[in-house]
Write a protein that binds this ligand. Structure first.
Ligand SMILES: Nc1ncnc2c1ncn2[C@@H]1O[C@H](COP(=O)(O)OP(=O)(O)OP(=O)(O)O)[C@@H](O)[C@H]1O
Length: 304
């Protein structure tokens, strides 16, 4: 079965390697139609969890199901789930096309699919070149093409942004966005939130094999953004904001320097309107996005 929307569910998943508990009672869901970031510092257990999703590693206990079935119970596993684990796993003497043809044959996928994917991932021009000379971005795209051979409904990508330049990341983002837009389930791991922050809708954060946080990125980002306002009349503005805030709002203020205030609990328009109403000059107004990297470091205990 390749159609339909497939939810990936991880339930009470544990994996021990001898004394090492790589994954420890982990539970979360990956929703179809969305891109989920799977985050955690090095050694947190991301790769191990993803390998358990596709049956490469057997759990010590717990389960992973894809559309309600374990990987090995799927009628056509390689056409249901596409996974990318290692960007360097090509035969160096094979061309991109030869590499894809080998995998297409192994998965029982038609040869035409190879050219289709080379075109889709903008690799047609280098299809005959040996992969030994490929750049990181080309390798990542070839990897993605390999995972997409069976037109899978679920895509698991381990650290796909590793080594990509900003243009490569932007390209990956729009590509994954299209795949999720078709109702596919996309899980993308990374140990750096900043690398996938622009790509993902939801996040699952783990630390030492355990769940730390899960949900839409927007909710994880915590409180609303702060407004940084620059004014030569900062005192008057601070007074107006504290004494006459919009009805029902209780802004919190921080004095950054004599001419700058940081305001939480109001949006930029509210700050500007209030300044105008009190005839306070405003020379700059910036909406500051919450510092997600900081939040991530706090959550995973990586902050010093
Ligand atoms: N085959 C194995 N044998 C023994 N220990 C292992 C094995 N595979 C993973 N581990 C250990 O399990 C833990 C989790 O590793 P894993 O590779 O899943 O983490 P990760 O979050 O993917 O890390 P990274 O971001 O560095 O790739 C680590 O302590 C690792 O050393």
């Amino acid at each position: 079965m390749t159609g339909g929307e497939l939810r990936v569910e991880v339930r009470d998943l544990t994996k021990r390697f001898g004394d090492v508990i790589a994954v420890d009672g982990l539970g979360f869901a990956v929703e179809p139609g969305r891109i989920t970031g799977f985050l955690g510092p090095n050694g947190a257990g991301k790769t191990t969890t993803m390998r358990m999703m596709i049956g490469h590693i057997a759990p010590t206990s717990g389960s992973v199901t894809i559309g309600g079935k374990r990987y090995h119970e799927l009628a056509n596993p390689s056409s249901t789930v596409g996974a990318v684990f290692d960007a360097a796993s090509f035969h160096p003497d094979h061309s991109a096309r030869a590499h894809l043809r080998v995998y297409a044959a192994m998965g029982g996928h038609p040869d035409e699919r190879v050219d289709e994917l080379l075109a889709l991932l903008d690799l047609t021009g280098v299809a005959h070149r040996r992969t030994r000379g490929f750049s990181t971005g080309m390798r990542q795209r070839l990897n993605l093409a390999t995972a997409l051979l069976g037109d899978p409904r679920v895509l698991l990508l381990d650290e796909p942004t590793n080594g990509l330049d900003p243009a490569g990341t932007a390209r990956l983002r729009s590509f994954l966005r299209d795949l999720a837009g078709e109702g596919r389930t996309v899980l993308v791991s990374s140990h750096v939130l900043g690398e996938i922050q622009q790509v993902v809708d939801d996040v699952v954060v783990i630390r030492q094999g355990r769940l730390v946080a899960a949900g839409p990125l927007a909710e994880l980002s915590g409180p609303a953004p702060a407004i940084l306002v620059r004014s030569p009349d900062a005192d008057a503005l601070a007074q107006a904001l504290s004494r006459n805030p919009p009805a029902g709002f209780t802004p919190r203020l921080e004095r950054v320097d004599p001419e700058q205030l940081r305001v939480w609990g109001l949006n930029a328009a509210q700050v500007a309107d209030l300044a105008a109403a009190h005839r306070v000059r405003v020379h700059g107004l910036t909406t500051e996005r919450p510092d997600l990297e900081r939040l991530f470091l706090d959550l995973t205990g990586s902050a010093r």
